[in-house]
Design a protein around this ligand. Structure first.
Ligand SMILES: *[C@@H]1O[C@H](CO)[C@@H](O)[C@H](O)[C@H]1NC(C)=O
Ligand SMILES: *[C@@H]1O[C@H](CO)[C@@H](O)[C@H](O)[C@H]1NC(C)=O
Ligand SMILES: *[C@@H]1O[C@H](CO)[C@@H](O)[C@H](O)[C@H]1NC(C)=O
Ligand SMILES: *[C@@H]1O[C@H](CO)[C@@H](O)[C@H](O)[C@H]1NC(C)=O
Length: 420
């Protein structure tokens, strides 16, 4: 629960954004209890987060050529978020354990951007973040981000986005499904365990981990591909969860579904007609009190009538928090989002209006895609602009004013739905 005395004081001062107050983070570790995420004292916790990518070619968090880590986290905090979904690639851990150790900023930027541009971007990063040097490693950058998130009272949700570092998520990118070209399941579980262990003690607000982003059908025809079924899903996801829970028993463990995490209903219900052998009972696992479901929901043009749209979402797993049989659990919408330019009008679209109201009413956690105004490199294009970015290209201001106002309203409403 937020501290009432401070809230009263702030409203007296009439600050523009009293949605979140530094120092008010609820105590760790978090657990799941029926449909709620609860803190160490048993009070319900809303997850109100933003995605901060760090899983593409350079394998460390984006934006540092434009801003310092502390300024970026300051913006996250001022906007009202209490959580960051920080993405990483298994390839970083493979390098650490198999390929001679973690890679320096200097080397990773040269590898990803070429000698000339890599050198320029490195000097920009060091100018903004003078605590780093050319020899700082990628994991040390993650550590610095984690330290600053803690300093500014933001939960760190770590997300395994890909195995091979790149922009995600095409069906043929080799990262899609268990056993895919780059998706070695042994290395995946090892990488998750490594990060869960590394963050324990080192990252003060490390609260949760997402096992894998947007599992999906693979079209690579890799000979090692496992069958695209919920039974396969159960085999690997439960093994990974057990490994993570052993490495770091404090973490909430987020389970995504199939079809790019658009569908989690079989995990909610514990069965599916499509795979009669599949049967999933969360209560039978040692991490049952850490289990959280995550789903992604972008504008697919499903329906502009909210009641129809919501009814369809309920059949794909948005009923996770209200299911009366099966695996009722907390649900966090770990990706949703839209073009953040005001001119797009997306902030006011039926999709955005219906989805955000639905999330607020059902007291779901959520994390918007995406903080990044631009990427070091995306699909081969350097300094690539991100129209979905809350921040502008240079990470200095917001991309849209009306978009920001709409977002801040959803943030306030989400806390209010939790009595905060
Ligand atoms: C290097 O950066 C410049 C300026 O951002 C860009 O125009 C150029 O395409 C980059 N070089 C490569 C190889 O991408
Ligand atoms: C980086 O490491 C190299 C090789 O170990 C060393 O020669 C160099 O002095 C280091 N540079 C900095 C800035 O620490
Ligand atoms: C996956 O990685 C492990 C550990 O390095 C290795 O033993 C195994 O052969 C790999 N599996 C495939 C299918 O490449
Ligand atoms: C936001 O509003 C400010 C103040 O009215 C204005 O200067 C700025 O250009 C606006 N930004 C955008 C992206 O519309």
């Amino acid at each position: 629960m937020r501290m009432l005395a401070i809230i009263v004081q702030v409203s007296k001062l009439d600050l523009p954004r009293p949605s979140r107050l530094a120092g008010a983070l609820q105590p760790l570790p978090l657990s799941s209890q029926d449909r709620w995420i609860v803190d160490a004292s048993g009070n319900n916790v809303p997850y109100v987060g933003v995605n901060w990518p760090g899983a593409a070619d350079t394998m460390f968090p984006e934006g540092l050529q434009y801003e310092s880590i502390s300024n970026i986290v300051g913006k996250i905090s001022q906007t009202g978020f209490n959580a960051v979904r920080l993405t990483f690639a298994i390839e970083m851990v493979d390098d650490i354990l198999d390929n001679g150790g973690d890679v320096t900023l200097s080397n990773t930027l040269t590898l990803a951007l070429g000698q000339e541009n890599g050198t320029v971007v490195l000097s920009e990063i060091l100018a903004n973040n003078p605590q780093f040097s050319a020899n700082t490693t990628r994991l040390q950058v993650f550590d610095a981000v984690a330290e600053e998130l803690a300093a500014q009272s933001i939960y760190l949700h770590l997300d395994n986005h890909v195995s091979k570092a790149m922009w995600c998520c095409a069906l043929n990118d080799g990262n899609s499904w268990f056993g895919d070209t780059y998706f070695n399941t042994t290395k995946w579980i090892r990488g998750l365990s490594y990060m869960a262990t590394h963050g324990k003690g080192n990252w003060p607000t490390f609260s949760s981990i997402g096992l894998r982003n947007e599992l999906r059908l693979s079209t690579t025809l890799a000979p090692t591909l496992e069958p695209y079924t919920w039974s396969t899903w159960k085999t690997y996801m439960t093994a990974a969860a057990t490994a993570v829970n052993t490495a770091n028993p404090d973490l909430l463990i987020f389970f995504s579904g199939l079809d790019s995490d658009f569908n989690i209903e079989p995990a909610v219900g514990g069965s599916t007609l499509a795979d009669p052998l599949f049967s999933f009972t969360v209560a039978s696992y040692p991490w049952a009190n850490k289990f959280v479901l995550e789903i992604h929901e972008y504008d697919e043009g499903i329906s502009s009538v909210c009641s129809i749209y919501e009814g369809i979402l309920l059949t794909f797993g948005f009923d996770a928090t209200t299911k009366t049989n099966g695996n009722r659990a907390p649900l966090v919408v770990t990706e949703w989002g839209h073009d953040e330019t005001d001119a797009s009008g997306a902030y006011n679209s039926a999709y955005s209006t219906c989805l955000t109201q639905f999330m607020v009413q059902r007291q779901l956690g959520w994390m918007i895609w995406v903080l990044a105004g631009s990427y070091y490199i995306r699909s081969g294009t350097q300094d690539s602009d991100e129209s979905y970015g809350l921040l502008d290209h240079t990470w200095s201001g917001y991309r849209g004013n009306a978009s920001l106002v709409a977002l801040e309203q959803v943030i306030q409403q989400t806390y209010a739905a939790y009595g905060q």
